[in-house]
Design a protein around this ligand. Structure first.
Ligand code: S3P
Length: 171
């Protein structure tokens, strides 16, 4: 079992899908933002405020090296900007969760904890800026992906089945 690495824009549902996949497979799941928060002992939002985005990106890079060298058989969900690490493709099978920007925002807003979900993501504060970021990133996500899953209006359960099927075919 190779690692599966989930990439995609903020709020697209990487965490929810990872939680679903581990219930239906033998994968163990980890999340790069969770690793960073436990290493820094503070939330991503606070790291951005106190240490700045370049520091955060540096920790993502350190984590990418550790993932490549020390982690196997694992489902790795990542922050929306993690895909920029140089060794992404060496970590595992890259799975992009894809959805149009408006559908992602709709998905976040429909969540019972919508306010908290928006607040914890510094790069989603300004929706106009976030849309620009989405437009710049989407072709880069697509270029890196081994597998693309369109998650728009699909349940995590359905996406999980699709993911496991496509991964099986890929290896
Ligand atoms: C970021 C996405 C966030 C988090 C940080 C930066 C990004 O993770 O890593 O706020 O650059 O897109 P999610 O994709 O889980 O929101």
């Amino acid at each position: 079992m190779k690692n599966i690495i989930l990439i995609g824009f903020m709020g697209v549902g990487k965490g929810s899908l990872a939680r679903e996949v581990i219930q239906n497979s033998n994968y163990i799941a980890i999340d790069t933002d969770d690793l960073i928060e436990s290493m820094a002992n503070k939330k991503v939002k606070k790291i951005f405020e106190e240490d700045g985005e370049p520091y955060f990106r540096g920790v993502e890079k350190d984590i990418s090296l550790w993932l490549e060298n020390s982690v196997q058989n694992t489902l790795i969900s990542t922050g929306g900007g993690f895909y920029k690490v140089e060794n992404l493709k060496k970590i595992g099978i890259v799975v992009l969760l894809d959805s149009p920007f408006d559908a992602i925002i709709k998905r976040i807003k429909a969540h019972p904890n919508a306010a908290r979900k928006l607040k914890k993501r510094p790069l989603l504060k300004e929706l106009k800026e976030a849309k620009k970021l989405y437009d710049a990133r989407r072709p880069e996500y697509l270029a890196l992906a081994d597998i693309v899953i369109d998650v728009t209006d699909k349940s995590a359960q359905k996406c999980s089945k699709e993911l496991l099927k496509k991964v099986k075919k890929h290896v």
